[in-house]
Design a protein around this ligand. Structure first.
Ligand code: ADP
Ligand code: MG
Length: 288
């Protein structure tokens, strides 16, 4: 009997691994927005066509990348954010696994443009199926633009699995909202099919919540702030007076959006007796 085991080619291994990171356009929104935040951007634009199925682009004014880094960033396990296992315990960035861009490049056509402030020219890079198709110097503003085109063009089964544009767009707006809410000091815009859906000026958390959830929340929020030895909590909860309290719970720990039935229960307990048992208060709480 001949031996049976073969090593998968890189692009196939990347496609398989990508399945865990990029499930739908909204997964790429999360990864690309977080990379822009990690790059120290103060302005981040998200541009979408066809709910991200045709185009999903994030433009930032962050640190930019050198020519070599621009190429390296698409390799699996390529990261500038950790160097050793110990670093895992002091992570200050949103990303650290070095998998997002490798995954995106495995399942879409990607165009990257990036320039650091100290460089005269930027770098343009086109990647398809994890393969570099084009690399050349380009005149671009400082920062990075990453465009993901035709998601899953090379995996038709997965492309067919995507939901309607309306459903995928809802996921995109959810991810955008979560990141934008975590970083109110950053300007975010979201444009979909040429129409600007959000233009979020820099401001306080309260202003950001109102920008995202609507003006009517302004008078309905109570500020929460508590600093203990274990953690600092900051945020807003809906006033119990609202007759129909159907706000959504939003919890962030260290700037990461989390869902926690346990913590949700704790907040609900605090509302006990104050609101009908079938209604849900809105709250936005950040803990660090
Ligand atoms: P991770 O964020 O886990 O490090 P990614 O695949 O998301 O992995 O990114 C790989 C690397 O590419 C990052 O560590 C960073 O150095 C660089 N990078 C990615 N996006 C940007 C960006 N928008 N601006 C500057 N550098 C970036
Ligand atoms: Mg990342």
């Amino acid at each position: 009997m001949p031996d049976k085991i073969v090593l998968l080619p890189d692009n196939i291994a990347n496609q398989i691994a990508a399945g865990e990171v990029i499930q739908r356009p909204a997964s790429a929104v999360k990864e690309l927005l977080e990379n822009a935040v990690d790059a120290g951007a103060t302005e981040i634009k998200l541009i979408i066509t066809d709910a991200g199925k045709t185009l999903l682009q994030v433009v930032d004014n962050g640190s930019g990348m050198s020519e070599t880094d621009a190429r390296m960033c698409f390799e699996r396990h390529a990261t500038s954010k950790i160097k050793s296992i110990e670093d895992l315990f002091h992570i200050k960035t949103m990303g650290f696994r070095g998998e997002a861009l490798a995954s995106i490049a495995a399942v879409a056509q990607v165009e990257l443009k990036s320039k650091r402030a100290e460089d005269d020219a930027g770098t343009l890079l086109e990647i398809e199926n994890s393969t570099v198709m084009r690399q050349e110097p380009v005149a671009v503003p400082n920062g990075t633009s990453i465009a993901m085109k035709n998601l899953f063009f090379n995996i038709p089964a997965r492309r067919n699995f995507l939901k309607s544009n309306a459903a995928e767009m809802r996921h995109i707006v959810d991810e955008f909202t979560r990141v934008a809410m975590s970083f109110p000091h950053i300007l975010f815009t979201l444009t979909s099919n040429g129409q600007q859906l959000f233009h979020l000026e820099k401001g306080t958390l309260k202003q950001r919540v109102v920008q995202l959830l609507g003006n009517h929340y302004n008078a309905k929020m109570v500020t929460v702030k508590d600093d203990t030895d274990y953690m600092n909590i900051y945020g807003f909860t809906g006033k119990p007076k609202r007759p129909k309290n159907t706000g959504r719970p939003v919890l962030f720990v260290n700037n990461r959006f989390i869902k926690s039935p346990y913590l949700n229960h704790a907040v609900m307990n605090a509302y006990q007796e104050m609101i009908p048992s079938d209604s849900f208060p809105m709250y936005v709480l950040l803990s660090k």
